[in-house]
Design a protein around this ligand. Structure first.
Ligand SMILES: Cc1cc2nc3c(=O)[nH]c(=O)nc-3n(C[C@H](O)[C@H](O)[C@H](O)COP(=O)(O)OP(=O)(O)OC[C@H]3O[C@@H](n4cnc5c(N)ncnc54)[C@H](O)[C@@H]3O)c2cc1C
Length: 306
């Protein structure tokens, strides 16, 4: 008869897999391709590069070079630690791609193809890195660009484009993900502003973001509105979600808002219903459809994965 361990025994010593130093992947998995020798793009099967304008090729080349030389060698270590490599933010900023297709306000005004190749080159090397970048640039910045007032664009976009400040975009809640239109965070009008109460979950970049774009239900109209919340707003708490098995470098946060005051100046005037939250994915649709037309990215990566 097989004897079973007594799991009720409080004194029993359980093995702990946590708090070990990061694995040296080349030692632990010698069969794996070490991140430090991330295979370069050796070919362009569909001659896609020939279709790009010179300035789009230039964006592609500078993002590719940075990702392969600066980012790939460190990503495995940070993935193991589930930490974000903050020192890479200035390297990203120097690429001048944050803000993508946004015109003015210090943003790069890239073409749709230029913005798409930049995002694809980041994703080719590291999916967590591209999630960090797209949440900041394509969700938060684009929401401010499409739905913000002129004053908000002038105030927030230049430093977001230079990545001197980082943003997140908070729609999902603990009980509302796919059905986000039913979200329960409330926005109550008070003199000079709004009071936000509620929770958000899974919000990428939120543990360190300077600005949080938050969606909440206007208690007067019962419609979804958008707000820009500063990280040090009284009543705002963000806790890192631990023990993820994927996208471990992405810092997902649980946000709790208890009577967070947002001045009228920081309400996004262009978000007046749940439909308006769709303006951003719509704006990005063209970029994403361009990215998905890059079969060479995945083909290249698959052919390199031996
Ligand atoms: C790494 C990561 C980063 C994220 N970053 C952000 C962020 O920055 N901002 C943000 O707002 N959110 C973010 N999210 C949240 C993400 O948008 C939600 O996880 C997503 O919307 C799904 O919601 P859920 O997790 O509650 O899953 P659920 O909605 O509970 O879905 C669970 C499963 O049920 C299925 N399902 C749901 N409804 C139906 C239905 N009616 N019929 C059939 N199947 C159904 C779904 O397809 C899914 O497989 C992030 C999530 C992850 C994992």
């Amino acid at each position: 008869m097989v004897s079973r361990p007594n799991l009720d025994n409080a004194n029993m010593k359980m093995p702990s897999y946590f708090n070990f130093p990061a694995l040296d992947v080349s030692v632990a998995f010698p069969q794996a391709t070490p991140a430090s020798t991330f295979p370069p793009c050796a070919s362009d099967y569909f001659h896609f590069n020939d279709l790009l304008k010179p300035e789009e090729q230039a964006v592609r080349n500078r993002v590719r070079e940075c990702m392969e030389k600066e980012i790939a060698p460190i990503m495995t270590e940070y993935w193991e630690k589930a930490e974000f490599p903050f020192h890479v933010i200035p390297k990203f900023a120097a690429l001048r791609i944050a803000g993508g297709t946004i015109k003015g306000y210090g943003c790069p005004d890239l073409s749709i193809a230029g913005s798409a190749v930049a995002a694809a080159e980041v994703a080719r090397v590291d999916a967590s890195c591209s999630t960090f970048f797209l949440v900041h640039s394509s969700l938060a910045m684009l929401t401010i660009a499409l739905c913000g007032s002129e004053a908000q664009k002038q105030k927030y976009l230049p430093s977001l484009a230079q990545m001197k400040t980082i943003a997140c975009w908070a729609l999902t809640e603990p009980d509302y993900g796919s059905d986000a239109s039913a979200l329960k965070t409330t926005a109550t009008k008070v003199e000079g502003g709004w009071i936000l109460d509620g929770q958000k979950r899974w919000i990428g970049n939120s543990t360190f973001a300077d600005l949080l774009v938050i969606f909440a239900r206007n208690m007067t109209t019962n419609q979804i509105n958008g707000y820009i919340v500063k990280k040090d707003a009284p009543g705002l708490t963000v806790t890192k979600m631990e023990n993820k098995i994927g996208l471990r470098i992405v810092q997902n946060g649980d946000i709790v808002m208890g009577k967070v005051f947002v001045p009228d100046d920081d309400r996004l005037e262009g978000v007046n219903s749940f439909q308006d939250t769709n303006k951003v994915p719509k704006g990005e649709e063209t970029v994403w459809s361009t990215i998905s037309s890059f079969p060479n990215q995945s083909t290249e990566t698959c052919s390199n994965a031996r």
